[in-house]
Unconditional design. Sequence first.
Length: 415
Amino acid sequence: MRTAEVDPLTEPAARVGRAWTTTLSLANGAIWVGWYGPLQILLAIQAEDLAPSGTSKETVLAWVTGAGAVVSLAANPLFGALSDRTTSRWGRRTPWIVAGTTTGAAALLLLSAAPSVWWMAAAWCLVQLTLNAAFAAVTAAVPDRVPRLQRGSVGGWLGAAQLLGVVAGTGLATAAGGTVAGYAACALFTVAGVLPYVVRHRDLRLAPAHRPPWNTRAFLASFWLSPRRHPDLAWAWLTRFLINVSNSVVLLYLLYYLRDRLHRPDPDEGVLILTAVNGLTMLATVVVGGVWSDRTGRRKPFVIWSGALMAVATGLLATWQTWPGAIVAAAILGIGFGVFTSVDFALMTDVLPEAMDRGKDLGVINIANSLPQVAAPALAAPIVTYLGGYRVLYLVAAVIGLVGAALVVRVRGVD
């Protein structure tokens, strides 16, 4: 496979075709299959089977997934930075997509054979490490190849693929008939889904002369993106972080909200119904919102109004505490988050400081997706327990989301 004869450090001008977008989206969705088959189904089954006497399955699952989350936080920017500096004949990103996917599939098979909690934790951390290598490279391919006024629509397709990847991973893990078969199915799908992009499309090659000389201290220091030097990136990062905190708070205690506040007879089924409603409305808007943003050439109004819509949905959970109210809130939340997902991705690629560091900078930005999963429990638990329960929790979440949406006006370099 030859590499594309285009300077990867220039701002892309030529629009990418449907085949490129489709295969990259498929690769993105396949990576999410490798993550969410385990996260939704398989790890929970293993935790129950492997939990030592006197230790609950919930504790084992929390410990294993928490360790994996820590690895993910570090791996994404690290591998993004390494792909930035790769001068392989196969390009900057493709070697990491191939290596990350194949070793990730092997790690999933290793995880399926775990005889103990320690093995399970180590293998899951390896899955996070390797699949993040592939994910960082897939994400960085967008600012490498896609012109600014096409990034909303491409981001929308990536977001739709991500959502479908979560569903497909859950379905494969459920239908395979056992944990070993479930892991094997997810591993096979992940590799097969990445292949079309790798085989059909040439990557951009970085000339060795353009790679900065290696300096460990400078490399480590590069992961700190000074808000003073890059204010647009800082405000955009904070917007994404706060809106994701709000969304994580909503989802975290949804099962308990249905059981303890709405007194649903089958809260598990209720969560499934709300998740389906949310997913359908998100899928309906994630591509449309990105295309609309591209056509208008604007990002900030879409972020503001989608954030406001999500805050309305969260407020409904606080003020209209009935089952119909929860369904309406789930639908509105999906509409808002769908638009936000695609347009915010485009906005983030628009404020990247340096072409040389696109992969690393997007990895740092992706921390704003992962960190809320840690921050949300720390915020939610004391509010539910001591400070007013679910009504106050969801009102606080709505305010956090509104503040996040409002802060995007501080981004000066994007309309």
